[in-house]
Design a protein around this ligand. Structure first.
Ligand SMILES: [Zn+2]
Length: 352
């Protein structure tokens, strides 16, 4: 923060601080718990393509390049990325432009346009990205592992980047309408209860909260709390009229049916590695089988690099560690292995 050297003029000092506040950086990021694992099976790379299409205008701000033009005018920037289970969008701009920026940003999730004219252009943008990463040796190694070693049918074996073939040529041949699928995907999965928003600004918390409520409360929640799967109270009241014997019979039949259904579902899940969605809750994908089976482990994969590099990568398959994220468990291993001090594993390996 700027402070006037000669503090004799308090008023001008305050003015300078206010101007300075306006120029401070503000930012927001919105992350959706939906990524490439949720790709439509007939359109590999769809979640990534969807990420590209989100920034292509909204009903309130329909011009295709409005967002980019606004940010470049005020000195801001924005970007987005898609990984297996998340898609994240963010922007940074001077605080003075933040209220307008967050309004434009929120509209991408309230009423995105998915302009038909932008579809081909963004498919080409995704295709270009795919060509770029396909000559990157790290990406090539990763794709060899996911295609050759990951179990067939597991989402990790998917082609997640997407290209012209997966997003346009194949869907056209199969008569799949990508444009319609965009709207259906948005309707089904771009729901407020999947989203996490982080806002960073020099504004007081109350002001920020009011601003977020004003702009983001219109983001639709497609699995609202009014949806309940089990509504037993009314049913049981009706059954009580019939008599206790009937109740017992009904309960026994229901229990048997539920048990049989549960066994069938569990067998199906194990057989086909099905992704479960529970309509009344956040439909978290559940992957019962691990991506690597016994026969894929203890393997040495040799990759001929495109660049002039020599590299060794050792990969461990670990169980999900998300629930331990506060303890940053995995980072202990990384720090221990990467430590370069005297007596460290790395120093011993380098000496040899
Ligand atoms: Zn991209």
């Amino acid at each position: 923060m700027l402070i006037s050297e000669s503090s004799e003029d308090d008023e001008s000092s305050t003015e300078m601080m206010e101007v300075d506040d306006e120029l401070q950086e503000a930012a927001a990021a919105l992350c959706i718990g939906v990524g490439s694992f949720s790709d439509l099976p007939e359109i590999p790379g769809f979640a990534h393509f969807m990420e590209h299409m989100v920034f292509m205008g909204s009903r309130k701000f329909p011009q295709e390049n409005f967002w980019d033009a606004f940010l470049s005018k005020c000195g801001g920037e924005s970007n987005a990325w898609t990984d297996c289970e998340r898609t994240c969008f963010y922007f940074v701009c001077p605080k003075g432009a933040f209220n307008k920026a967050i309004d434009i940003f929120a509209q991408f999730f309230i009423s995105p346009l998915f302009n038909k004219n932008s579809v081909d252009k963004e498919i080409m943008a995704v295709d270009n990205e795919c060509r770029m990463i396909s000559s990157n040796d790290n990406e090539r190694t990763r794709s060899i592992i996911s295609h050759e070693l990951v179990e067939r049918g597991h989402p990790m074996a998917k082609f997640m980047a997407g290209n012209l073939k997966s997003l346009k040529e194949d869907p056209e041949r199969l008569q799949v309408n990508v444009y319609e699928k965009l709207h259906a995907f948005y309707k089904r999965l771009y729901s407020a209860h999947y989203m996490t928003l982080v806002v960073h600004s020099v504004d007081p918390l109350d002001v920020m909260e009011a601003n977020v409520v004003k702009t983001f409360s219109k983001v639709p929640n497609k699995y609202g709390s009014n949806i309940h799967y089990f509504c037993r109270i009314k049913n049981m009241a009706a059954v009580a009229v019939v008599g206790k014997v009937v109740v017992v019979v009904v309960v026994v039949v229901v229990v048997v049916v539920v048990l049989v259904a549960a066994i069938v579902i569990i067998l199906l899940i194990h057989r086909f590695n099905i992704i479960l969605y529970l309509p009344s809750e956040i439909p978290k994908p559940m992957f019962i089988k691990p991506p690597f089976q016994e026969r894929s482990l203890n393997k040495l994969v040799r990759v001929i690099p495109m660049g002039d590099i020599h590299k060794m990568e050792i990969i461990w398959a670990l169980p999900p560690l998300m629930e331990h994220y506060r303890a940053r468990t995995i980072e202990y291993l990384s720090i221990l292995l990467g430590h370069e001090g005297k007596g460290s594993i790395l120093s011993v390996l380098r000496r040899k």
